[in-house]
Design a protein around this ligand. Structure first.
Ligand SMILES: [Zn+2]
Ligand SMILES: [Zn+2]
Length: 245
């Protein structure tokens, strides 16, 4: 069966995005069909529309989402219909060189759905980051579904799929922040503030949040920043040096 649902697509470089009918196939082996409940708007969606990622138009935008699994392929055991999940664009393979070295965040072979979602005329869509969640339903690899507490609000839980994991991962994995470290986070949007939270979790003792917007700096304090610097009114380098010796 094919599901006819509404989705938000970018048809060509720079063109306004449009809501249109898309066709989503039933899940085959290794795939899951997810009814999307919430999807964040991430700057990367804009990059796709602007041609900043690649030229494989039309794109089905959206990649920071939560929803409920509607059906799964015949061999799928990791999730089941009715599960509340977030969608993650890094469904790691577990077997490539990066995965075997214990660095799955560098996985070379992350999983996406095998079948294509299409426009009504059969034109295949390129789902943003292999997700494509600005749609009522989307088809993903089952490994891209991560079960979370169904009590969580979808609009909050969905953020785990991109901004939170990008920022937390930057602090905990890429930056390898440790106990007692001093950290400066430049830019306190969704990703930056998740990096602030990650630095706090890792035990950093001095976490300096830098932004141009006092409202975002206030959020950073709420997530664990010990100091804030507004680059509009202060010299950032001097301020950080003064705070860290
Ligand atoms: Zn994103
Ligand atoms: Zn891998």
């Amino acid at each position: 069966m094919t599901h006819r649902v509404r989705g938000v697509i970018a048809r060509s470089k720079g063109a306004p995005v449009e809501t249109t009918t898309i066709l989503v196939p039933d899940p085959g082996p290794g795939e899951a069909l997810v009814r999307v409940q919430a999807c964040g708007v991430c700057h990367t969606d804009l990059h796709y529309r602007e041609g900043g990622i690649n030229d494989e138009y039309p794109f089905l935008l959206g990649h920071e989402a939560a929803g409920v699994v509607e059906s799964v392929g015949p061999d799928v055991t990791s999730v089941a219909p009715g599960d509340f999940v977030i969608l993650n664009w890094r469904a790691v393979c577990g077997t490539c060189r990066a995965c075997r070295r214990g660095r799955p965040w560098y996985c070379f072979a992350t999983h996406n759905a095998t079948q294509s979602m299409t426009l009504e005329d059969g034109t295949p869509l390129s789902p943003a980051l292999g997700i494509g969640a600005f749609a009522e339903k989307t088809l993903v690899a089952a490994g891209q579904c991560t079960k979370v507490d169904p009590a969580a609000a979808p609009a909050a839980a969905g953020l785990l799929g991109c901004g939170v994991m990008a920022g937390l991962g930057a602090a905990l994995n890429t930056g390898n922040v440790g106990r007692g470290d001093s950290v400066a986070v430049i830019g306190c949007g969704g990703v930056g503030n998740a990096a602030v939270a990650g630095a706090r979790l890792a035990g950093a003792s001095r976490i300096i949040a830098v932004d141009l917007d006092d409202r975002k700096l206030e959020w950073a304090r709420g997530l664990g920043a010990t100091h804030t610097v507004n680059g509009r009114t202060e010299d950032v380098v001097k301020a950080v040096q003064a705070l860290t010796g």
